[in-house]
Write a protein that binds this ligand. Structure first.
Ligand code: NAD
Length: 509
């Protein structure tokens, strides 16, 4: 197997190398994981939560050190590493410490009158070994949050970090080792595409994948071979709609942060900004001024470097395509600095939907702005995309905000705010259309790592049931009568009549 070089993308500094996990080692990891599952999956929830609470305390005590490693690995600025990698992870841990017991406890459900005498309930059982395949843009939280959710639900995990953020993979390994987590409950598999594909073919019981649409489809196709359930958290091309009656200063600040945080390498970054024509010129100027004020590659930088050399090329290709088709670059548009992968925050106007910049995901600091005249047009433009991850609507008119939100095709909608939904651990997170399948965070985030087992129990003291053999004409009539009286209009069956009817059959041997 090969080795992966670790390079700080902000400086070009070589940080070392990590060996890819060999195919036999992946097989072995799977065997160890299955053994570990027998112990971990049968621990009482309170004991699992004790281990995870130690994880939270460790993360809080070492927050700066963890953030610093992620900064070296990705080129993001330290504040962003703390705010978007560490904070949401400890927030989610705390949330499940409080809520997991009620989310995972068996739930009694009603039993219809036709099944009289029985009790029904649902139990949540862990699935086994969960493979977590993570991307590089938020390499800590996008591996840790699904891993924690799977662990709380009683699963064990094999985490495969991206080959572009291998240092964070080593960090995750170290964190679990330091807190003395039970052996083999969390294992990290290092490597790139081939290693990811091997992990899928090692037949985990569930796959949680975060990454591009192209890879997501490959993972789903491979998982289909063994009918392995998959959750896919994929890309986005998120719209922001600014109506003339919005607080324009708040909206402009939100747009600039939403587009450029993490150097625009956020699946739910603001990528397409639609502004009502009457305020378009003013708003574009506000966005341009705020973008030009951002500090790059300084001690206290606002915008860090990009992480992936390939993504820098794609950004340049998309900008060239837009320019050729008539777009104007108002500011930015170039690589900057001699080392590393810094790219100037870029604002574009005179764009339309024939351009790649308005249709393909842009994983870099680029914001394209387009005017609209009517509410209907804004909704049409926002939905004119194969993606459906996040979106935002900016207006002081609450009714209009709710009305437009109800028509946006996306898994998440923010009103007068941007991307913040991800930070509320009670809200489910995920996309529609090409942005993915499945949800995590909130109660769904635990239940999606569980088999939902349906149970129904009869006291067991009757010889036979109304619908069992031998079949007879009166039985057919009774069923017919039941259908009409319980589900149709007019005729109503009293409980006494129902018992009488049932008695006719139950008296028979
Ligand atoms: P990617 O698809 O290239 O890689 C993601 C992971 O899949 C990596 O660990 C990679 O090694 C692995 N992989 C690649 N080929 C594989 C295969 N055939 N089988 C198994 N694993 C394989 O994505 P990326 O470039 O790392 O991440 C960026 C993408 O992730 C963007 O499209 C972004 O929008 C998306 N993303 C989505 C979310 C979300 O929550 N919806 C969050 C972050 C990133």
């Amino acid at each position: 197997m090969g080795v992966i070089e670790m390079i700080n993308p902000a400086t070009g500094e070589r940080l070392g190398e990590v060996e890819e996990t060999a195919p036999e080692a992946i097989e072995r990891a799977m065997v160890h994981a299955r053994k570990a599952f027998r112990r971990w999956g049968s621990l009482p929830l309170s004991e699992r939560m004790d281990h995870l609470s130690r994880l939270r305390h460790y993360m809080v005590d070492h927050a700066d050190e963890l953030a610093e490693t992620v900064v070296k690995d990705t080129g993001k600025v330290p504040l962003e590493a703390l705010m978007t990698e560490i904070l949401p992870t400890v927030e989610l841990l705390k949330y499940y410490e409080k809520k997991a017991a009620s989310i995972l406890k068996p739930k009694k459900v009603p039993t219809p009158i036709t099944l009289i005498g029985r009790r029904s309930w649902v139990e949540y059982r862990p699935m086994g070994v969960v493979a977590i395949i993570a991307p590089w843009n938020y390499p800590f939280q996008l591996a840790m949050i699904p891993a924690i959710s799977a662990l709380v639900a009683g699963n064990v995990v094999l985490i495969k970090p991206s080959e572009l953020s291998p240092l964070t993979g080593l960090l995750i390994e170290k964190v679990f080792r330091k807190i003395g987590f039970p052996e083999d409950v969390v294992q990290v598999i290092h490597g790139g595409k081939e290693v990811g594909a091997r992990l899928v073919s090692a037949r985990p019981d569930k796959i949680f994948f975060t990454g591009s649409v192209t890879t997501g489809k490959q993972v789903m196709a491979a998982a289909a071979e063994h009918l392995i359930p998959v959750d896919l958290e994929l890309g986005g091309k998120d719209p922001m709609i600014v109506f003339a009656d919005a607080d324009l200063r708040r909206a402009a600040n939100g747009a600039v942060w939403g587009a450029f945080t993490n150097a625009g390498q956020t699946c739910m970054a603001v990528e397409r900004l639609y502004v009502e024509s009457s305020v378009y010129e003013t708003f574009v100027q506000m966005v341009k001024e705020r973008t030009e004020a951002l500090r790059l590659a300084e001690e206290n930088a606002d915008v860090g470097s990009m992480t992936s050399p390939r993504q820098v090329d794609i950004v340049e290709e998309q900008l060239a395509d837009a320019r050729e088709k008539g777009a104007t670059i108002l500011c930015g548009g170039r690589r900057t600095g001699s080392d590393g992968l810094h790219f100037e925050p870029t604002v574009l106007v005179d764009v339309d939907h024939s351009m790649r910049i308005m249709t393909e995901e842009t994983f870099g600091p680029v914001l394209a702005i387009m005017p609209f005249d009517t509410e209907e047009e804004a909704i049409r433009l926002a939905n004119d995309t194969p993606y459906g991850l996040n979106s935002s609507i900016w207006t002081k008119n609450r009714k209009k905000a709710r009305r437009v939100a109800g028509r946006i095709e996306a898994g998440n909608v923010c009103i007068n705010d941007v991307m913040i939904n991800m930070v509320n651990p009670d809200l489910p997170y995920g996309g529609i259309k090409l942005s993915g399948i499945g949800r995590y965070h909130g109660p769904e985030g635990l239940l999606s790592f569980c088999h939902r087992v349906a149970l129904i129990a009869h006291p067991g003291r009757k010889k036979r049931e109304i619908h069992w053999y031998p079949y007879s004409e009166p039985q057919t009539n009774a069923i017919r009568y039941l259908i009409r009286s319980l589900y149709g209009k007019g005729l109503r069956l009293s409980l006494k009549e129902l018992f009488n009817l049932a008695g006719q059959f139950l008296r028979r041997k």
